[in-house]
Design a protein around this ligand. Sequence first.
Ligand code: SF4
Length: 351
Amino acid sequence: MKKQYIIPIFVPHLGCPNDCIFCNQKSISGQTENMTKEKAKKIIEEHLKGIQTKENATIEIAFYGGSFTAIEPEKQEELLQVAYDYIKEGKIESIRISTRPDCINKEILKRLKKYKVKTIELGVQSANDYILNRAGRGHNFNDVKKASKMIRWNGFQLGHQMMVGLPESTRIDEINTAKALIKLKPKMVRIYPVLVVKGTKLEKEYEEGKYQPLPLVQAVEVCKQLVRMFADKKIDVIRIGLQNTDEITDPKGEKSEVVAGPYHPAFRQLVEAGMWYDVIVEKIKKLNVKVKEVEVTVNPIDANNVIGHKKENVIKLKDTYDVDLILKQDEEIKQGKSKIEITKTYQDFLD
Ligand code: SF4
């Protein structure tokens, strides 16, 4: 299988007409200056130099941050042209952009098509209009529906981004958001637990005691449920949690722009390892015997998640159920699948 590379180009807050409660594009992208074609070219060249086996790779340029299609059209074309030139030279396969649901129309899609943009990701955040309004998003869920349909009908790949832990959002709201997104048939989703970032309105609310972020454990639990829902519908969850950067890091760190919230450097692993833990426990509980040792065989790609972050699953199984977890790896087993065998019961142990 070809390895996928994404060359991210952050276009910070340019053209974004909004001021969402949780957003400080400077912190999230780590950038304050405007993007130019020269800078974009430099970023692309640097990334291309770092990719050794280009024959075995699919490389994509991604314009992230801000709301790409809300930038002045000339600027969009300037940046898209840079990326498109690389496509024509055969050095890059495709382009993806992220934008707001109310910044999609026929004309915009025509422009994106001209430059061979393949994927459009929409910042949805919630399907609940009250929560969207509370977060200062400036669009409603109907905008999401309209934009999603137009994107798919025009042959683009559709991506959605949703958040958990927005002010006044409950687990039920987040599950309903996932259900509503599934109906719109995205190819991929990203799930972001809300972090309180410096310089945002949310920071103010947090300091005034009006907003309480989700504890890490709770954020992981909600994300587990959402990932399961999307996986059942074969929708790729391409990111869980904000990317770690110098700024988006442990709130205790000196340079960190994160004030509070369910930050963890391996957030995705916590979610995926938690899902494996549930699978193993469910298997053990179904049996009418007291289990002492369980052998789990998975694809090597899943091995770390079965064990858990810092062996959390091994420790938890031992502490909670007094069960020893033995991990086996087998390339023949499909990723995400497993063979779970009870290798020792309490009776064997006593014998
Ligand atoms: S629309 Fe996007 S870029 Fe603009 S403020 Fe909201 S989250 Fe930030």
